[in-house]
Write a protein that binds this ligand. Structure first.
Ligand code: PMV
Length: 331
């Protein structure tokens, strides 16, 4: 009788930033939320190393090879790795963090099928994989949100009204950086609202946008005020989230967008998608670094918002508000 095939499979969600992008670079908190879309990884034993049907070249996939060699120190049979993503890539949706989490979880399940998955361990592992792949520069936002799920707040220090989960640090080329990773516990009813993201179809150049904001802030003191306003809006958004007040949450999203626009990180296409969504939304804003990438709307009418985004030339994705984090899957 043929032996059953040894295989394992895991799924990790992508994310979108609700509040605090760019301000987080200056030490203020950022709030991200896990979304329904993400990355599924399946692994099985094979005669040679294969990724997505092609020979696996470790140097081209530093996240995956870091997890294989440095985290698990795996030296067993070659593996066939299959990756399926429902995220847009280079769009600020955290697709590489989701890949690291899903691959780490699948390999954990493959090697220790009876041991439970520990999301905090996975978050730290995925963060180290991102740092390895990105020359030591990686905030833990994407990896922690994909691992823990729900609403994650990343900050330089403690954040009022959140539950602390872990601290993490990284030695970057600019010096040591410390982060506090926290979660927001939200009332059940909040899951009745939806997020609709709209992808502009243009990549979001994070490094370039961060540099642009740094230059703007150093030459114009009003812009520093915009960063402080974003921090205040983030706090208002956190209060709204904890109370399950989605109207207030939407208003805070609108306000955050205005400040991001002052920081010149919006684009004509992002503006078009935000404007198209607003008549059917509680709030809408660009999300992430800007310059391209995605916007996000909060709504109780996701079909109308998706249609409006499509008509305005964007690619919509609908998610519940606050998806689960990384998990082992059966197939
Ligand atoms: O677009 P994303 O998801 O890569 O978000 C970037 C968020 C920034 O605050 C602009 C940069 C950062 O490192 O936090």
């Amino acid at each position: 009788m043929a032996q059953p095939e040894v295989m394992a499979s895991a799924f990790a969600p992508g994310k979108c930033i609700l509040f605090g992008e760019h301000a987080v670079v200056f030490g203020h908190p950022a709030v991200a939320v896990a979304i329904d879309q993400g990355v599924r990884v399946r692994i099985r034993e094979s005669l040679s190393w294969v990724l997505e049907g092609l020979p696996f070249e470790p140097s081209r996939h530093p996240h995956i090879s870091h997890i294989i060699d440095n985290v698990f120190e795996y030296d067993g049979h070659p593996l066939n790795i299959d990756v399926e993503s429902t995220l847009f890539s280079a769009a600020g949706m955290g697709s590489s963090a989701a890949l690291s989490n899903a691959f780490g979880a699948a390999l954990h399940s493959f090697l220790s099928p009876d041991e439970p998955l520990i999301p905090i361990k996975l978050a730290k592992m995925a963060h180290s994989a991102e740092a390895t792949a990105q020359k030591g520069r990686a905030s833990p936002t994407d990896t922690a949100t994909s691992a823990l799920g729900g609403f994650v707040v990343v900050s330089g220090g403690k954040v009022e009204g959140t539950r602390h989960v872990f601290d993490t640090s990284l030695v970057t080329p600019e010096g040591k950086r410390d982060w506090s990773v926290n979660v927001v516990d939200v009332p059940e009813g909040i899951g009745d609202a939806w997020l609709v993201m709209g992808f502009t179809g243009e990549g979001s150049p994070t490094g370039r946008m961060v540099a642009k904001v740094a230059k703007l802030v150093s030459s114009d003191s009003d812009r520093m005020g915009d960063l402080e306003s974003i921090a205040n809006i983030t706090n208002a958004g956190l209060t709204a989230l904890s109370a399950g007040n989605i109207e207030a949450l939407g208003m805070a999203m609108d306000a955050c967008h205005e400040r991001l626009r002052n920081l010149e990180v919006s684009s004509p296409k992002l503006e078009r998608l935000v404007e198209a969504s607003r008549p059917h939304s509680l709030g809408a804003k660009l999300t992430g670094a800007g310059g391209g990438g995605c916007m996000v709307a909060l709504t109780d009418n996701p079909d109308r918002v998706s249609e409006a985004i499509e008509v305005a030339g964007g690619k919509p994705l609908t998610s519940r508000l606050g998806a689960r984090g990384v998990r082992i899957t059966a197939d």
